[in-house]
Design a binder for this molecule. Structure first.
Ligand code: FAD
Length: 488
């Protein structure tokens, strides 16, 4: 057992890339020992899902910003590669650390890794301290009267609202940085050698233009949103052409800001400015959805892989590779679907309303297994999150907990007309249609030949004809659904 009071302590960063409201880091700092911080990239994680391309790009900037902030506070971030259990043991051996601190993860595979590490360390007399740095409440803290997880959001939200949410912690003022011993230092890797950013081809140009990664960027984005975006959020959040939502999702995904920070900043704004209550309530309910999906993934780890409702196991999916390719590339012939898929490809993010429309189109109009869409979003979203992504796809497919019913099939034309009435969103991401008037931009096939000519649109050439007709596709989806056996 290591009882040396001068022994350093370790902080293992995992998707909690911030100094503020980081309970593991604060507790390590309070130990008054030297604090050694590290991150481990595992390219072949046991049972853990490897990150998609866009999330890897984000991770690079996130780690760079975290390393800079830690240096500024007197410590540094050591980056290592390999199996975390082996790396952690090597670090403990080389540093003689007396304790390790981390914030908890809630996926089944992550819990298995962390529990095994904790058990081995405890056996060796090393203390492993873990904390909630990721959620408003941990999955087991909010349960129904029978002590079971909520499967429906409304009572879950009621239970969240009935409990206090801990105030966020300030960043430690100064960290007592330590010196890494040579054997570990020699294993350390410069960030650039992790190969997280694409080089040839470099497809991240659009993302670089769109985003600033890291804790400082997250905090300024939250402040800006509260100053200029919160008022009116409840209405504007459904307008994809407007900056009507916070765009905090990738920052929350990588823990550059915590949901508690978001919650308390919004509540302070409400206290300071009467009239914000309704918008704040709507916004904070979205933040609570994030907790809800995390608790569902915790209790139902099959969510990314299998329909939650077994009724959907035998769904007669269609294998149409060309249609899937057209969807991915934003070439379906439905402008709102294509705009969304191109926004995703260019920026690594898509507006929530359009995520719903594009996902519904894939699952229902194209009858493509939702897991194909989930996988594409996983690879292309900067905010790709195991809980939110899997839950949302099952929600759209009608197979998840508290899902939209399958027979709710979005009409991509009326959705476009309702939520992008002037066609501004289409003009941004589908520029070949930009000269069409608002009345026709969501259904160019209804435009008279002369008008199409004037707008420079040649259907089937400069822009595709719809790959499936809406009415028959809807009928086909409903028939497929009716073919499922009824729930027992
Ligand atoms: P805001 O409206 O500003 O909301 C604030 C925060 O609340 C978000 O950052 C997010 O953390 C949370 N939130 C908002 N909406 C939801 C929601 N419906 N479910 C859960 N949490 C929510 N979100 C992800 O973070 N990662 C994903 O991989 C993801 N995949 C999705 C896939 C599909 C098919 C759909 C329909 C939705 C998905 N979402 C996902 C949820 C939602 O679209 C995004 O969280 C939201 O668009 C992020 O934008 P924002 O930060 O501006 O949201």
């Amino acid at each position: 057992m290591n009882s040396d009071s001068h022994a350093p302590v370790l902080v293992w960063f995992r998707d909690d890339h911030r100094l503020n409201d980081n309970p593991a880091l604060s507790a390590a700092a309070a130990s008054e020992s030297q604090v050694l911080c590290f991150y481990v990239l595992d390219d072949a994680p046991e049972g853990l899902r490897p990150l998609g391309g866009a999330a890897r790009w984000w991770l690079h900037g996130s780690l760079k910003a975290l390393g800079d902030s830690l240096e500024h506070a007197g410590s540094s971030l050591l980056i290592l590669k390999g199996s975390p259990s082996k790396v952690v043991e090597e670090i403990i051996r080389a540093t003689g650390a007396s304790a390790i601190y981390w914030n908890r993860r809630y996926g089944a595979a992550e819990i298995a890794v962390d529990s095994a590490i904790k058990a081995r360390l405890t056996e060796g007399g090393i203390k492993a301290h873990s904390f909630n740095g990721r959620l408003l409440h941990e999955p087991w803290e909010i349960t129904n009267q029978a002590g079971k997880p909520f499967q429906v959001f409304t009572p879950y939200l009621r239970a969240v609202n009935a409990r206090p949410i801990k105030p966020p912690l300030p960043a430690p003022r100064r960290l007592k940085g330590g010196v890494w011993a040579p054997p570990i230092l020699e294993r350390a890797i410069p960030l650039t050698e992790l190969g997280l950013e694409p080089s040839s081809p470099d497809w991240a140009g659009g993302m670089r233009q769109e985003w600033q990664r890291g804790e400082h960027a997250a905090r300024s984005k939250l402040s800006r949103f509260i100053e200029t975006g919160l008022k009116g959020y409840a209405e504007r959040r459904d307008r994809p052409s407007q900056a009507g939502t916070s765009r905090l999702s990738p920052h929350l995904r990588f823990g550059e800001i915590s949901p508690r920070q978001v919650w308390h900043s919004v509540m302070s704004a409400v206290d300071a400015e009467p009239g914000l209550e309704r918008d704040a309530e709507k916004f904070l309910s979205e933040v609570a959805w994030r907790d809800f999906t995390h608790q569902l993934l915790h209790f139902y780890p099959h969510l990314p892989d299998r329909p939650h409702s077994s009724r959907f196991e035998s769904f007669p999916w269609n294998e149409d590779r060309p249609a899937l390719r057209a969807w991915r590339r934003g070439l379906t012939g439905y402008p709102i679907v294509d705009a969304g898929m191109r926004q995703l490809w260019q920026t690594g993010w898509m507006h929530n309303r359009v995520r719903m429309i594009t996902a519904s189109f894939l699952v229902k109009h194209l009858l493509t297994d939702w897991r194909q869409g989930e996988a594409w979003f996983w690879d292309t979203l900067v905010d790709a999150d195991p809980a939110n992504n899997a839950f949302s796809w099952q929600w759209i497919a009608g197979s998840g907990p508290d899902s939209a019913p399958f027979h709710r099939i979005f009409n991509p034309v009326t959705q476009g007309e309702k939520f992008d009435p002037e066609g501004e969103y289409i003009r941004t991401y589908v520029p070949e249609l930009s000269r069409l008037p608002p009345a026709l931009i969501h259904k160019p096939w209804e435009a008279a030949p002369g008008l199409l000519r004037e707008a420079g649109v040649v259907l089937g050439d400069t822009y595709p004809e719809p790959i499936v007709p809406h009415g028959p596709a809807r009928q086909r989806a409903l028939e497929a659904f009716r073919s499922l056996r009824s729930p027992v």
